[in-house]
Design a binder for this molecule. Sequence first.
Ligand SMILES: [Fe+2]
Ligand SMILES: [Fe+2]
Length: 631
Amino acid sequence: MLVRSTVFGLLVALNGSWVGTPHDGPDPIGSWRLSKQQVKDGKLQSLLGTSGRIEGKADFVADKLGGSMLFDGSSTAVVLADDFRMAKQKLPKKHMTATAWVAVSAKTRWGGLVGVIQDNADAESGWVLGYNDNHFTFALASTGADDGDGHMTYLAGTTRYKLGHFYHVCGTYDGKVQRIYVNGKLEAESAVQTGALLYPESAPLMIGGYRDSNENNPFHGRLHSVRIFDETAKPEAVQHMFTHGEALTKSKPHVVQDPDMRWLVQPYLQWATKTGMTIRWETSRLSSSIVNWGKKVTFVGEKDNKTPVFAEKKVVAGDSMLHEVRLDGLEEDTAYYYRVETVDDKGRRLWGDVLSFQTAPSEDAPFAFAVISDTQGNPKVSGAMANFAWGLRPNFLLHPGDLVSTGTVKSQWLSHFFSSMKPLLERVAMFPVLGNHERDAHFYYDYMSLPTPEYYYTFTYGNSQFFLIDSNREVGPGSEQFLFLERELKKSRAQWKIVCYHHPAYSSDENDYGNTWYGPSTRGDLRTRKLVPLFDRYGVDLVWNGHIHSYERTWPLREQHATAPGNGTVYMVTGGGGGGLETPGPIRPFFQNTVKRGHHFCYVAVNGTTLEMKAYDLEGRLFDTLTIQKK
Ligand SMILES: [Fe+2]
Ligand SMILES: [Fe+2]
């Protein structure tokens, strides 16, 4: 079948109202401008199509193009029809486009902007333009897909939206390909769904909200305009729609703010390199992002009222709550001092402590790092570990995952993780991986400043290269992360190759891989064991894992056998950073060198061809050491 060619009529905003311009293509079949001027008798008057009933509290907030409707995340919704079949609103049958200018105020797993859906596990139908914790989404079900009677394809864009900022989101479908565009750019497409759209037997037709017969997830944020077409917008038309409203992206962010100005997360460091450092913090209100810094601090003023003064100051434009300031162009292996400053719209200013960091050294200089894993939900222990670790003055921290108990719960990041780890994280950068307890939640991505896609990355420090992956995702041969590891390990010329991921390929835990008190066990995660041939082939020296809340060090292993020191990979389980303790099983596996139940952390010092590892318990007592000496 030929795809119909489409030319879009343009609508432009003038003084908050929409007028059509001369065009030679079809109009939308529904168009809504969510402004105060469009509200009459509790109804949102449409520009085209059905007017909507406004439920709950509808406020209107200024933006760069005449204002938009603020949905409060609990009561506000625009219902075009309680049942779309009863609506006068015409809906697309096959070819379609749905667009919205939107600013999300609070993240959610299932967010809807416009659509008609019935989403049951076994029978999904309809379509919805929406968003999830991180990305915008466009979902639909069709009559022609192989799955027959209803499985929706949830297409997610790649842009990680920033809270409070406007985006143009557009979903298209032509009976063959489903696409999502963000700010005019195509971000994802899928050919899973084919044929006409599959509509539910009954469902509400909504603007701002994800609602069906058994779910109601209100939208929290601003909507400026929404449109539906029964044609498939071409990329140029989508780009055009974005360009016309682009001024909206310059609107002041509107987010839910605490009346009090306070720290949510005190300053912490990320992505340490030879020439740069990222300084992060979080405040309860939108405020400025300022870092005062320099190679030394001088103090001016009277004895009890001295003010620290720094030579440099970096100010990042725009207000935010999650602050990120990157200092670049620094000198390698050099000490720097910094102090964060952040001011809200009422002039309330928070000052951070006077802190320090040091840039990464050149290849020939020694360095050291700490490893603390599975800090999850035990700030007393993780705090003690952070203090012990800081006492050894490492250059950075490696965290093999399970930072918190439940990654989707913000309070755990604040009161469990960042507050307890503060003594270490405010002076050294942390290089983490995702554990299963992070649940791939947006908070992880929000708080970490790592190279895209953030769940895998590599960095070099001194003469060593580190390779970090997410073992919750697919890691077997052919997977994205396997290919990444293979490519990066192959080209690495580093003296030491160190890998880190959460789930251990080797463990003697009593019951995680089969109950070893009563029978056999796989003695480790079979999924991550598929990575072992890569480590053998490319000479990985050390692998850091967590997940098992215990300590275990293997012999050097090669081809699944214990081998001579320096001739294989040593696998470390170091999940003793806080989570409830686990116990080794009664049977000693071939790979085991040392095992110990108890909270602990590790410390690694690297000097040329010598690597020394030390493990310390909760009392700060040394209980295991390892030295690897290369020729
Ligand atoms: Fe854990
Ligand atoms: Fe875990």
